[in-house]
Design a protein around this ligand. Sequence first.
Ligand SMILES: Cc1cc2nc3c(=O)[nH]c(=O)nc-3n(C[C@H](O)[C@H](O)[C@H](O)COP(=O)(O)OP(=O)(O)OC[C@H]3O[C@@H](n4cnc5c(N)ncnc54)[C@H](O)[C@@H]3O)c2cc1C
Length: 287
Amino acid sequence: MNLYEYDFSNLRLATILSSERITPADDPVEVRHLVLEVPGEQMDYMEGQSIGVLVPGPHDFGDAYHFRLYSIASPRHGENGQSDTFSICVRRCFYIDDVSGERYPGLASNYLCNAVAGDAIQIAGPYGSRFSVPDDSTANLVMVGVGTGIAPFRAFVKHIYEERGGWKGQVRLFYGAKTGMELLYMNDVRHDLSLYYDEKSFKAFEAVSPRPHFDAPPDLEGIIAQNAKEIYEMVKKPNTYVYVAGLSDAARNFAKVMTSEAGSKDVWKADYERLVQEGRYAELLYE
Ligand SMILES: Cc1cc2nc3c(=O)[nH]c(=O)nc-3n(C[C@H](O)[C@H](O)[C@H](O)COP(=O)(O)OP(=O)(O)OC[C@H]3O[C@@H](n4cnc5c(N)ncnc54)[C@H](O)[C@@H]3O)c2cc1C
């Protein structure tokens, strides 16, 4: 990560208001929903933007800070309408050292997952604006995400149905996770995105791994393929916007199914290029 690309002129402290594990205690994957507050500050962010977190050092190689980005999971008016708050969805990461074979905790994700209510976290940003909600409320939205890639879509869906209301375009969310228990905001336990299942325009499709014990990826391609005809028809319309987030598998799975539905690589390439040129395709991929 090249730190020179980022503007650090707006560093400030955010206080953790709550940290809730949103995967069950017995699930090997730990993902937490953190709500943070910057007291007295009107947080100025949009759906799809990320917040920068600085883990204080000193770190290996003499780095004073360790800086990582996290997608904001709240809509623009804040978590539960509180404008000085925002939420993030953090997966506790571990890495295997190539040489020693030992497992090490990722710095920022463990720092955040270990933080408790009342702790102060240094933040910067928000950054990025590749995802934006169209002004036209008849626009169709196709969202494809894996893992914590659901975070910006939680923000999107809350914004269009709660903050804005009256969204008329069709909204399709394709979301993949390793196990049924890792469906984050979509599962029955948490009720969050599932609140919108009654909205006529909203349909969510969940893919889980066919073999979670073997760490197999979720069958995102399969659920997109089951709906390929409808999605491709939507994509051909001039008022459809496509957003892809999370692991890069999400983009690969989507492109593979669309290529097959389009009939050839060249046809999908032309469709895809038109989406990009018209500002109707955006990716937020981070692995
Ligand atoms: C735009 C964007 C949005 C993102 N949104 C989210 C989000 O919403 N939620 C989310 O959970 N993540 C998100 N991420 C990913 C996040 O920024 C971090 O990359 C992730 O949390 C891992 O960071 P870390 O500091 O925990 O791990 P790091 O400490 O950065 O580890 C990263 C690398 O360092 C190596 N490594 C780490 N520790 C050691 C060690 N001790 N010894 C040897 N090697 C080591 C590993 O090879 C590993 O690949 C996003 C990324 C981007 C770019």
